[in-house]
Design a protein around this ligand. Structure first.
Ligand code: ATP
Ligand code: MG
Length: 262
């Protein structure tokens, strides 16, 4: 069974139809990259997965359980949405760290807030807080930033900030980690360190959806590629199919244009 299954997502903003019927599924431990020209609906799709936008039609299930169904007109509580959102982590292009908190606090904040919502004895709470802190140090180790735990975001490079953002997303142990152009706000010399963290996550069998303009990276790290154009999945396949043997004229034109920009 697929870990994630999306069926018939559509989304319009006013008269503008941005998603026109998106279907895809993703197996556990696989990496899916989404490529496509500007305005084709990639960010909107990620935002729908993360409950930051509500699709007009469609369903989404995780491990066979429907967690979103646009045809269900009953009001879904904020709490249920928050719980469903935890299936996903999202790393933005612009890092979006909390500037007033240290690196370590940025990572532990959400797990601690979530803990606050649970009814626990004092002892259990203390044990769980210790656990959150230990996990945060492990995550810092994974992204190579233990020496920056007490720094504030403004004291870090863009690449370091993005690595903190990845650790922060992982701290909530999402089933699917989504990236929206994780390196496009970075100077070229800093993209490598972020891509290498993502590569390590792949080796650790994380399930990921990556919207990216880094074609070479997409080709080498992905199990599956989706090429989006005008709100539909124009073509989907393995990196070899999409990059070496695309069948759609739109895919070919997009790839030629991307290659030219190098
Ligand atoms: N909240 C919104 N209100 C109105 N229109 C929106 C909104 N969000 C996105 N759009 C429009 O939807 C279209 C798709 O936008 P989206 O951000 O999903 O594209 P994208 O594929 O991520 O592009 P890029 O590669 O430039 O990031 C665009 O025309 C955009 O202007
Ligand atoms: Mg976008």
């Amino acid at each position: 069974m697929a870990l994630l299954e999306v069926k018939n997502f559509t989304k319009s903003f006013g008269k503008l139809e941005v998603l026109k019927g998106i279907d895809f599924s993703l197996e556990k431990g696989k990496v899916l990259s989404i490529i496509g020209s500007s305005g084709s609906g990639k960010t909107t799709l990620l935002r729908c997965l993360n409950f930051l936008e509500t699709p007009d039609t469609g369903t989404m299930s995780v491990n066979g359980n429907i967690i979103f169904d646009a045809s269900n007109k009953k009001r879904v509580s904020e709490e249920a949405i928050r719980k469903n959102r935890l299936h996903f982590g999202l790393v933005f292009q612009q890092f979006n760290l909390f500037p007033q908190y240290t690196v370590l606090e940025n990572i532990t904040l959400a797990p601690k807030l979530r803990l606050g919502e649970e009814k626990l004895s004092k002892e259990d709470k203390k044990l769980r807080i210790d656990r959150i802190n230990t996990d945060a140090w492990d995550l810092l180790k994974r992204v190579g930033l233990t020496d920056k735990a007490d720094y504030y975001p403004c004291q870090l490079s863009g690449g370091q900030q993005q690595r903190v953002a990845i650790a922060r997303a992982l701290a909530l142990t999402p089933d699917v980690l989504c990236f929206d152009e994780p390196t496009s706000a970075l100077d070229p010399e800093l993209t490598g360190e972020v891509l290498s963290v993502i590569r390590d996550l792949k080796s650790a069998d994380s399930t990921m959806i990556i919207v990216t303009h880094e074609m070479d990276f997409a080709k080498h790290v992905s199990d599956e590629i989706i090429f989006m154009a005008n709100g539909v999945i124009e073509e989907q396949g393995t990196p070899e199919q999409i990059f070496d043997n695309p069948s759609s004229e739109l895919t070919k034109a997009f790839l030629n244009k991307s290659l030219e920009s190098f």
